[in-house]
Write a protein that binds this ligand. Structure first.
Ligand SMILES: Cc1cc2nc3c(=O)[nH]c(=O)nc-3n(C[C@H](O)[C@H](O)[C@H](O)COP(=O)(O)OP(=O)(O)OC[C@H]3O[C@@H](n4cnc5c(N)ncnc54)[C@H](O)[C@@H]3O)c2cc1C
Length: 320
């Protein structure tokens, strides 16, 4: 019996959010007196997989099958359910993502499991199995008592800060049992919408709104993002106006992100925008209007013109 953690890959590398899930799963294993087993699916190297040991994995299983090279929620759920049954795992942990969203309900159905999504703390085992999750786009919390024998926890980004150890984990290859019905949807290929840093995964985000006046001015936003190794994001009107791609739109109707640092440039701070970014650890607001509502949610605020402040900030970051 072990805690089973699904580690999602991005171009053969374990995603940062999955490293957090491994660390979280290893902590739950410690709390429940078991060990942490990682299952990863798709093309990667043994070196990459064994690095899961740094986050607390005792062993790593690798399901490799050419039909699984592109992420497919249906087939991946079958693989993870099969491994969970084989390993006798009663707790399954994975990092919330688009792929995880496509897997979790299917997994719960296959394993007749209790499912908690957007989990933000380690479970409370003092009276059963209770997990805290974030709901209503971060404005409220739910406390979920999971009573089913098998429990699935989809954890939110930044729920834990992994402490790495200088340990590697042994890797075993497993051959999954799959049928044609697992491939009624087939993913032909996937491609990133823009940039090197995936916005949902990014630790640092520089975001801009209508205060930038037009797409021709985005150079100053990109310069700061590049200097910080940050992803770029934008408000909804900016993507509606086609100044930026829709994949960068954050908010109630866009992506919900929780980076360590969110820098909002020329964004007013409407509630619909905040709904997507208010679980960021630190929020910095740059706006020329001292009455802009975003300042109420900011940890740090700069009252100033973005066309003046951003180049100076970029210069200062580069100097550091
Ligand atoms: C159902 C619904 C869903 C929505 N979903 C979303 C969503 O998901 N995401 C989202 O972002 N919005 C969403 N909206 C829209 C939202 O209500 C706001 O209209 C939008 O967020 C405003 O975008 P903005 O801050 O870029 O623009 P504005 O409101 O126009 O604000 C621009 C800001 O830039 C500042 N500024 C101007 N010039 C400068 C300068 N030179 N230097 C510094 N600051 C400057 C201004 O003071 C102002 O505060 C939604 C609305 C509805 C009704």
């Amino acid at each position: 019996m072990s805690v089973l953690i699904f580690a999602e890959l991005d171009e053969g590398k374990i995603k940062k959010s999955s490293q957090e899930a491994i660390y979280y799963g290893a902590k739950v294993a410690e709390m429940t007196g078991t060990s942490a087993t990682v299952i990863s699916i798709g093309q990667t190297t043994d070196d990459e997989l064994s690095s899961a040991g740094r986050f607390g994995a005792a062993k790593v299983l690798h399901a490799s099958d050419s039909r699984l090279n592109e992420p497919n929620g249906m087939a991946y759920a079958t693989v993870v359910a099969g491994i969970a049954q084989q390993e006798g795992s009663k707790i399954i942990v994975l990092a919330k993502s688009s792929l995880a969203d496509a897997m979790t309900a299917r997994l719960a159905g296959k394993l007749k499991a209790g499912l908690a999504a957007n989990v933000i703390e380690l479970p409370d085992l003092s009276n059963g199995f209770r997990v805290k999750s974030s709901i209503y786009t971060g404005k409220a919390f739910a406390y979920n008592d999971l009573k089913a024998d098998v429990k699935i926890l989809a954890i939110k980004k930044n729920t834990v800060t992994p402490e790495e150890k200088d340990v590697t984990a042994p890797v075993e290859t497993v051959t999954p049992t799959l049928s044609d019905s697992d491939f009624v949807i087939s993913v032909k290929n996937t491609e990133k919408s823009s940039g090197d840093i995936l916005l949902p995964e990014a630790d640092l985000v520089v975001s801009a709104g209508r205060g930038l006046k037009g797409p021709e001015n985005w150079g100053i936003v990109e310069d700061l993002a590049k200097a910080l190794h940050a992803a770029t994001a934008c408000s909804k009107p900016v993507s509606d106006l086609d100044w930026r791609p829709h994949s960068e739109h954050v908010g109630q109707t866009g992506l919900k992100i929780s980076p360590n640092l969110y820098i909002a440039c020329g964004i007013s701070g409407a509630i619909q925008h905040l709904a997507g970014v208010n679980s960021s650890k630190v929020i910095v607001v740059i706006n020329k209007d001292p009455e802009a509502p975003f300042f109420k949610s900011a940890d740090y605020g700069i009252v100033g013109d973005v066309f003046d402040v951003l180049p100076r900030l970029t210069k200062a970051v580069k100097a550091l």
